[in-house]
Design a protein around this ligand. Structure first.
Ligand code: FA5
Length: 344
C-alpha cells in the first residue's frame, strides 16, 4: 500500500466517526490544511522527475478531490442533523404568552386586615399572641379557676408540656381573650388593642362552627369607660364593615371575665330577619361576645378597678364574610377549593 493509499483509508475512517462540526473542522485542517501530509506531498512533486511527477501528482490530486468532496458531504449531513435538533426546541416567538395567575390573600386574612384597619381608624393598636397557651391566661386570669363550671363553655384541646419540674398542662387557646391579661400585664392604662388570631375548640363542625377558626379580640381600658362606649364602638364597627343598611342588636350574655356581658348579632343574610334554618329561625346571627371587663380581671394584673374601667369583645372572623357575602357554610373557608377562594 502506497503512503497515499494509507492516508486515504485512515482519513476516510476517521471522517466516518466524526459526530460534530468542530471535530470535522479539525479533521479538515489535519488532512487538507497547509501543513497536512497531502499538501506537503503536492508541494514536493516539483522535485520529482517528469514521469514520477505525473503519476504521483495524479494520485495526490485525486485524493485531494476525494477528501474535499467527502468533507463537503459530511459537513452537509452534520449541518442538517444540527438543524433538525434545533427544530425540536423551536418555539414560536409570535405566540401570545400564557397568562400568569395572580395569587391572592385568603378571605380570612382579608377580613382580619379589614377589621384591623377599621379598629386602627378608631384608635386601636393591632397586636398578636401565642396559640399554645397556659391555663392561667386562657382561664384563671379570666376569672375561671380550675373546676369552675364556665370551663364547659369552651371544649378544649389539652397537651402536656414537659418542664424540668415535670409535666404542665398547656392548651390550644379556646379564644383570643387570654391576650387581655397578657397585654394589661405589660401596659399601663390607657389600653386600646385588637388581637386577631387562630383559636381551637374540641367540638363537632357544622355550617357555622369549626374546630379551628379565627377571632379578633378587642380591649379598651381607661378612666370613665362605660357600656355606652362599648355599644357605640361596636355599632360603628358594624356600620363600617357591613354597611348602614344591616341591623345589629345587643342582648345579655354571660362570660365570667365581664360584668355585664352581652352578645351582638347581625340580621341573618339568608332570610333578612324573617327566620330560617341557618339562623335557627331567630332571624339573627351572633357575631361576638362582649362586656365590661370584670373588676377581678383588672385587679389580677394590678389595675385599680376603682379608677379604671374597660370593655372587651371577641368576634368570630369567619362569621363576618359569611354575613357580608351570604356564605352559607363556614367549612368553605378551609376546604381550599379554588372555585370558592377565587371569588374574593
Ligand atoms: C368567646 O370566645 C369570648 N372570649 C368572647 C368574649 C371576649 C366575651 C371578650 C367577652 C369579652 P364565644 O365562645 O361566644 O366567646 O365566641 C365568640 C365568637 O366566636 C362567637 O360569637 C362566634 O362568632 C365565634 N365562634 C364561636 N365558636 C365558633 C366556632 N366553633 N366556629 C366558628 N366561630 C365560632
Amino acid at each position: 500500500m502506497s503512503p497515499l493509499d494509507e492516508l486515504q483509508s485512515k482519513a476516510l475512517a476517521e471522517l466516518a466517526a466524526i459526530a460534530d462540526l468542530k471535530e470535522l473542522e479539525a479533521w479538515r485542517v489535519f488532512y487538507l490544511g497547509k501543513k497536512s501530509q497531502l499538501t506537503q506531498t503536492l508541494r514536493g512533486l516539483a522535485s520529482l522527475s517528469v514521469d514520477d511527477r505525473r503519476q504521483a501528482g495524479a494520485q495526490a490530486n485525486q485524493l485531494k478531490l476525494l477528501l474535499e468532496s467527502s468533507f463537503e458531504e459530511k459537513k452537509k449531513t452534520l449541518q442538517q442533523a444540527q438543524l433538525a435538533a434545533a427544530r425540536q426546541e423551536y418555539f414560536d416567538v409570535t405566540l401570545a404568552g400564557r397568562p400568569l395567575t395572580l395569587g391572592r390573600l385568603h378571605p380570612v386574612t382579608q377580613t382580619i386586615r379589614e377589621i384591623g384597619a377599621i379598629f386602627s381608624g378608631l384608635g386601636f393598636q393591632v397586636v398578636e399572641g401565642p396559640e399554645v397557651e397556659w391555663d392561667r391566661y386562657n382561664f384563671e386570669a379570666l376569672n375561671i379557676p380550675p373546676g369552675h363550671p364556665a370551663r364547659d363553655m369552651w371544649s378544649t384541646f389539652w397537651m402536656d408540656y414537659k418542664t424540668e419540674s415535670g409535666q404542665t398542662p398547656m392548651l390550644l387557646r379556646t379564644h383570643t381573650s387570654p391576650m387581655q391579661p397578657r397585654v394589661m400585664e405589660k401596659t399601663k392604662p390607657p389600653v386600646r388593642v385588637v388581637v386577631p388570631g387562630k383559636v381551637y375548640r374540641y367540638e363537632a363542625t357544622d355550617a357555622t362552627h369549626e374546630s379551628q377558626f379565627h377571632q379578633v379580640e378587642g380591649l379598651a381600658v381607661d378612666e370613665g369607660i362605660t357600656l355606652a362606649d362599648l355599644k357605640g364602638t361596636l355599632y360603628e364597627f358594624a356600620r363600617r364593615f357591613f354597611g348602614s343598611d344591616r341591623k345589629a342588636r345587643f342582648r345579655c350574655d354571660y362570660f365570667p371575665f365581664v360584668e355585664p356581658g352581652v352578645e351582638m348579632a347581625i340580621d341573618c343574610w339568608v332570610c333578612k330577619g324573617a327566620g330560617c334554618r341557618l339562623c335557627g329561625n331567630s332571624g339573627w346571627i351572633e357575631i361576638l361576645g362582649a362586656g365590661m371587663v370584670h373588676p377581678h380581671v383588672l385587679e389580677r394584673v394590678g389595675y385599680d378597678s376603682n379608677k379604671y374601667t374597660g370593655f372587651a369583645f371577641g368576634m368570630g372572623v369567619e362569621r363576618m364574610p359569611m354575613l357580608k357575602y351570604g356564605i352559607d357554610d363556614i367549612r368553605h373557608f378551609f376546604a381550599n377549593d379554588l372555585r370558592f377562594l377565587r371569588q374574593f
